[in-house]
Design a protein around this ligand. Structure first.
Ligand code: SF4
Length: 160
């Protein structure tokens, strides 16, 4: 065992150096080459926007046919879709989720609350709009936005 430990210590590090990291940001609304993997973050929504996102990915509006796909982990995502005003409790989790997305990455603020706090502006539990916490590339207006508007915003990213 001691011999093995000495051999490991004597060999040192043999892995190749990591390649340079890609740029952390894409130009706003740059097409992502046909597809985008999305992690959704509810930062304090009333869930109205979630219903419309569900419709946008449902069989009628079918955002997947334009290359947009929801994924379960920010580590597998190219973009975050954020809904709701950012509550004080969700500001740090949103920051951490953003940091977990590998670059280059995009952020899409869905709904008026995500854009400017909407009907929750000035509420005691609200830390701010999404752009007050992370950089936003695309905003989709509406309370809630119609599924067509959500699909249109996603198509700007996929270029399809
Ligand atoms: S924009 Fe409207 S539907 Fe969406 S979270 Fe805010 S209040 Fe709810």
């Amino acid at each position: 065992m001691l011999g093995l430990w000495r051999k490991i210590r004597g060999t040192g590090r043999v892995a190749e150096p990591a390649p340079p990291r890609p740029a952390d940001r894409l130009p706003a609304a740059a097409p992502l080459g046909g597809s985008v993997q999305i992690r959704h973050v509810d930062a304090g929504s009333c869930n109205g926007c979630e219903v419309e996102i569900g419709s946008a990915f449902g069989p009628v509006y079918d955002a997947e046919r334009y290359g947009a796909r929801l994924v379960a982990s920010p580590r597998h995502a190219d973009a975050l879709v954020v809904t709701g005003p950012v509550t004080r409790n969700m500001a740090e989790p949103l920051r951490r989720t953003y940091d977990a997305v590998p670059g280059p990455k995009l952020v899409i603020a869905v709904g008026d609350c995500a854009r400017n706090c909407g009907v929750f502006a000035g509420a005691y539990g609200v830390a701010g709009a999404v752009r007050d916490v992370v950089r936003v590339d695309v905003e989709i207006a509406g309370c809630p936005p119609r599924p067509e508007a959500i699909v249109e915003g996603l198509r700007k990213l996929t270029g399809r």
